[in-house]
Design a protein around this ligand. Sequence first.
Ligand code: HMG
Ligand code: MG
Length: 297
Amino acid sequence: MIPSVRIVEVGPRDGLQNEPQIVATDVKRALIHRLAGAGLKHIEATAFVSPKWVPQMADHAALMAMIGDIDGVNFPVLVPNFKGFEAAMASGAREVAVFASASEGFSQKNINCSIAESIDRFVPIFEAARAQNVRVRGYVSCVVACPYDGAIAPAKVADVAGLLFDAGCYEISLGDTIGVGTPASVRRMLEAVAGRVPVERLAGHYHDTYGMGVANAFASWEFGLTAFDSSVAGLGGCPYAEGASGNVATEDLVYLFEGLGVETGIDLPRLVDCAHWFSAKLGRGPHSRVAKALLAR
Ligand code: HMG
Ligand code: MG
């Protein structure tokens, strides 16, 4: 059997939440449709967070209505609390993602509560999701380091990942929010987390601030992970993590895995077209080496 990986495109959410310019809802819709056309089956569409905190995601309900259904494509959305969950359900979402942090400092800045309070807030979400047959994914941020608290102990990441997994998340996405990890520090973190959550339920969510995103994805794949988050054109960042740049580019991951003989189900030329088209809308080029190289050919 040919090995495969599952790529979760997070550009429309993680990418656009940090863009200084607000992208029009119909342009977001076109982006999502092009991503689906390139073969992405999991596209994190938006976040039902407070529009005061993240104005870039304020059009969440309108966007969900505009996207509609695309056969075989899953559109998870981020929810920070029960209010967000209810709004997500009303908009037709069938999968949500909750997000906690392995660092207290980031939890306070990002969602205005402690780690323990955030997990408590998710309890009614898990209950309602179970009753409505809605899948819940869990993020853990700052799995290597925090912009406020510095280095984070792998055991702390394992604790938070374990709590989310036990509470009902089908997958735990491990976020190197500020992109400082290297294959060595990511591996140390994975070794600890794998003692608490089965490796096949872990995903790598690596920001590319130091250009280590592809290396960290490769190290994680060698460790046994087969799910990875990425953003087309390397869009992204986090509004509450100063200096954090975008996610590793989806094009770069597809090129990596194709080179390893691992299937992604993604059409690289169409994805590269999408990266250039959307970057032009933002008035710049893609932050993806692969997208630049393939255009130049
Ligand atoms: P708060 O101010 O503590 O909340 O914010 P509150 O309950 O006191 O409510 C304040 C106001 O927000 C009220 O409105 C609420 O109704 C409203 P007002 O009475 O002032 O008019 N409100 C909401 N509105 C819409 N949707 C909601 C919602 N909840 C409350 N769901 C809160 C707490 C969690 C809401 C806020 O801090 C928040 O929205 N934070 C989100 C921050 C965010 O989106 N960060 C980026 C995503 S995480 C990330 O990027 C990391 C990740 O990529 C992984 C990685 O890379 O590490 C996932
Ligand atoms: Mg992120």
